[in-house]
Ligand binder design. Structure first.
Ligand code: HEM
Length: 437
């Protein structure tokens, strides 16, 4: 039986709130705040968070940690077995549509499956799985996807040719071009107004209840999305979505666009690792060569992106609310109790992982990471990310194309050897072409 959840003292709660949860909220759960992410890197906030949770786990024998936040009770788990219970028990009795997530995501995706009721989820989840072809390693539209990636990579290579440099801003610009194309089609590629509207709503979402909902702006976003979904181009997600139901599609696309942001961050960090470690780059190049321009499965490149997500998770915390009273270690927790799985703590837990702080993509290939419920870059169980294979296809091909250029990453010495830093601000990464000043 798992240990009984323990109510933290006021001092312990303050440590969890101040050193674990507050830095995550400050960085922006929905869209990152660049000054806060730079601050987080300077202070290596994930290292501090990990130390706090490790200490509390030892002190309380692995019992779930009950933190009071005003009238809210949030249980922070510290054992992989408890993560398994929460994720396998989703969406009932542990719903992903938590109060906080709902307050945030409703700003721009009120119909998103993640914050849907269990009844709505019943058709929205299969819709997502069908369009994204969740269980298929390479999507049927793979050729069009790789073509979009090629165009995005060309934009970045041209920039490298003309300036000798690549920074997070130019990467993000090219990344949005790829995302708009694979989701909404080639004619959406330059629709940066759509991105600006989405960004404005996401900034509101960072503030959850503290910002009023801007219905008109959201309608503008939906109108723009609808204009692509209603007359979709072949080979993009909008087309598959239109085929399965245009009405449902418009409500799901905002999440798809938003979720790609995380993949951009993961790809950029993986690129930094490849630039700092020549053997990683060589393996990526060797894998890509026989693939040519085909939408091949690139296992090592995918593993590099997964490893980037393990070391620097983009979903800071996986949250659940209980929908009914739940029995836990002999204690009954009331319905509406919140649960939090802090990803960076589980992803680098030396008690479970020999390679906790090392960059080891092979652990995704040889099975070491597969059976561990604490490794949840894409979550797990029935609510796990249905876009995993699709997004890894995009990210692995872009990574492979970019490493074809010999890049140097600024402050690469911190990444060249293990242990790697606990916190890396992807917005602060900068590259230059080898040989340029
Ligand atoms: C590296 C990029 C991504 C990461 C790390 C990621 C991670 C996640 C995680 C952790 C969850 C589950 C959250 C939970 O359990 O509460 C999730 C859900 C989801 N993701 Fe992703 N995701 C990524 C990209 C994408 C993309 C590109 C799409 C679509 C094109 C997508 C579609 C979804 C959907 C629809 C859900 C909700 C699933 C549900 O509620 O049943 N994700 N993702």
């Amino acid at each position: 039986m798992s240990p009984t959840p323990v109510d933290l003292t006021a001092t312990e709660s303050a440590r969890v709130l101040g050193r674990v949860l507050a830095p995550l909220v400050a960085q922006g759960a929905i869209v990152r705040r660049p000054r806060a992410t730079a601050w987080a890197e300077r202070h290596q906030t994930d290292r501090t968070a990990r130390a706090v949770l490790t200490d509390l786990r030892e002190r309380h024998g692995g019992a779930p940690l009950v933190v009071r936040i005003g009238s809210r009770r949030v249980v922070v788990v510290t054992e992989a077995e408890d993560v398994r219970r929460l994720l396998q028990g989703s969406p009932e009795p542990f719903t992903p549509a938590t109060k906080e997530k709902h307050a945030a995501l409703a700003h721009f995706q009120p119909e998103g499956v993640l914050i849907s009721s269990t009844a709505e989820r019943w058709h929205r989840r299969p819709f997502n799985e069908a369009v994204l072809q969740t269980d298929q390693p390479v999507h049927d539209d793979g050729a069009a996807v790789v073509d979009a990636v090629r165009r995005g990579a060309a934009q970045l290579t041209q920039r490298l040719d003309s300036t000798g440099r690549l920074d997070a801003q130019s990467f993000t610009d090219a990344w949005w071009g790829i995302v708009l194309e694979v989701v909404l089609g080639t004619r959406a590629r330059d629709d940066r107004e759509l991105v600006a509207v989405l960004d404005a709503l996401r900034r509101d979402a960072n503030w959850a209840w503290l910002r009023p909902r801007r219905t008109r702006l959201r309608e503008e976003l939906e109108g723009r999305i609808a204009s692509y979904v209603q007359t979709p181009e072949a080979g993009c997600l909008a087309e598959a979505a239109h085929r399965r139901g245009p009405a449902t599609a418009v409500g799901q696309v905002p999440h798809w666009l938003f979720a790609f942001d995380a993949a951009g961050a993961a790809t950029l960090r993986a690129l930094a690792m490849a630039a700092a470690r020549p053997p990683v780059r060589e393996r990526l190049l060797a894998e890509a060569e026989p693939a040519g321009t085909s939408p091949a499965l690139l296992p090592y490149a995918r593993a590099c992106v997964l490893e980037s997500l393990r070391l620097w998770p983009t979903t800071f915390a996986v949250l659940r609310d209980s929908t009914a009273p739940t029995e836990w270690g002999g204690r009954t927790l009331p319905a509406q109790t919140g649960f939090a799985v802090v990803s960076s703590f589980f992803h680098r837990d030396p008690a479970r992982l020999e390679h906790a702080d090392a960059f080891v993509p092979d652990a995704w290939l040889d099975g070491r990471n597969n059976a561990d419920w604490g490794l949840i870059p894409f979550s797990g169980g029935p609510v796990a990310c249905p876009g995993r294979n699709f997004v890894l296809l995009v990210a692995s091909h872009l990574l492979t194309r970019l490493v074809a250029r010999d890049l140097r990453v600024a402050r690469g010495r911190y990444l060249a050897r293990d242990p790697v830093p606990a916190t890396v601000d992807h917005l602060g990464l900068g590259f230059r072409a080898a040989g340029s000043a």
